[in-house]
Design a protein around this ligand. Structure first.
Ligand code: XIL
Length: 408
């Protein structure tokens, strides 16, 4: 329900209003002509208003690509991001699909990768009834990262959100019907984490153990919370630590209001986990700019606050929807500046160990396939454009890395 409201809220309100008005008109006593007329006119008016709004909202925009007028400097063309990041021991990464057509370029530009989807429960556990796994796509990516000396971030073991899409619907059913929910959930998590972490043991040094546990100020309601409340997080981390004590264990989350209730609730959760000695080593801040632009000062303070808890940080899923910059004189440039600033903030805080972009090129971008973002273009959220040219984003990121070099 949450996701439906989240994605379709405004449409639900609009269509239910029209529906209620139509039903009222249909069943209103026919002799009451005056009221029926008013109802009909209101329906007409709201529909016209709605159509105008829909046109306005979904009309595809396009912005001037001013960056094409300025040639990219020779130094930027000849020094990949990876070279700059390697020299300061910084992780610069990108999300990748196992069938990616850009592998060669990715190996040249990045020292770290993460599977966009291929390490997720829905991809690996192909038959949850018989606990049957398929590691073939994930193994191909693992091979690619190893053969190019790149770090692979593991994403993700337990995903707190969206039953059916992120973890098997079966788990929901099993918990709902279980007489001992806690034991059932523990055994599900044991089997899952054991199999997946065990499979990659010694190859993956950083895992997102729990992804997106929060929904605003609270936890996202799931079979995990139904069975164990907040302690499912403790349990997942403890178990992951037992399986691979050398692995860096992360909790990954998308936060927007760093200084608001959700940000505060998240920090409070981290404090409780630390107090309970949960073996958690780092926090992944997804930093998708999908619904709004992140407040950079807030992000800076947030990273510091996490660092002060003794935890590492990584920016794990950075992308910036171009439309959010629609009011700027040069949206592509504004998008680039924001990319550069986020990278710079991470570079300047000792707790922050890397930035991963949630895709490489606007040619293939996940937002174009997920409603409601797919309904309105251009999303163009990545650092290369659809023709693989370097956008201002690339240049600003490159400059941030360059300025962080010891001899700059
Ligand atoms: C997204 C992928 O990019 C899409 O291809 C897929 O359809 C849905 O998941 N937060 C996360 C990522 O932790 O795993 C999500 O990736 C984006 C939001």
């Amino acid at each position: 329900m949450n996701i439906i409201l989240d994605l379709f809220g405004i449409h639900i309100v609009f269509f239910s209003t029209i529906l209620i008005l139509c039903l009222s008109w249909l069943f209103w006593p026919r002799k009451n002509i005056g009221t029926r007329k008013i109802l009909l006119r209101t329906i007409g008016l709201i529909s016209v208003f709605g159509i105008i709004l829909a046109f306005r909202a979904y009309w595809p925009y396009s912005y001037e690509k001013n960056y094409l007028n300025t040639p990219v400097s020779k130094e930027i063309m000849s020094t990949p991001l990876k070279a700059l990041a390697d020299s300061i021991d910084f992780n610069i990464g990108v999300a990748i699909a196992s069938n990616s057509e850009f592998k060669e370029l990715i190996a040249k530009e990045f020292n770290s990768v993460v599977a966009e989807n291929d390490f997720k429960p829905k991809k690996l556990l192909i038959d949850p009834v018989h606990w049957k796994f398929d590691f073939s796509a994930a193994d191909r990516l693992m091979e690619f990262s190893k053969s190019n000396g790149m770090r692979m971030r593991g994403h993700t073991l337990i995903w707190g959100k969206f039953p059916g899409r992120t973890y098997p619907q079966l788990w929901k059913k099993q918990i709902a019907e279980s007489a001992d929910k806690e034991e059932t959930m523990k055994s599900i998590m044991t089997q899952y984490i054991h199999t997946v972490m065990g499979h990659f043991k010694g190859q993956i040094s950083t895992w997102d153990v729990v992804n997106e546990p929060m929904a605003g100020e609270g936890l996202y309601p799931s079979p995990f919370t139904e069975a164990m409340g907040e302690y499912y997080i403790d349990w997942a981390f403890k178990h992951a630590h037992e399986i691979d004590p050398d692995c860096s264990l992360f909790l990954n989350e998308q936060i927007y209001d760093y200084d608001g209730p959700a940000g505060k609730a998240f920090l409070a959760l981290l404090k409780r986990l630390k107090k309970r000695n949960v073996p958690i080593h780092g926090i992944g801040l997804q930093t998708h700019h999908i619904k709004g632009i992140h407040d950079l000062d807030g992000l800076k303070r947030f990273i510091r606050a996490i660092g002060e808890l003794g935890l590492k940080v990584e920016i794990t899923e950075l992308d910036i929807r171009l439309l959010l910059m629609g009011n700027e004189d040069d949206p592509y440039e504004a998008q680039g500046v924001q990319f550069g600033e986020v990278v710079n903030i991470c570079l300047r805080d000792q707790a922050c160990e890397g930035v991963t972009f949630w895709g490489l090129t606007d040619k293939v971008n996940w937002m174009d396939h997920i409603p409601p973002f797919s309904w309105k273009s251009p999303n163009a959220p990545h650092i290369l454009d659809e023709d693989m040219r370097k956008k201002p984003a690339y240049i600003h990121i490159w400059e941030a890395l360059k300025k962080a070099q010891p001899n700059f």
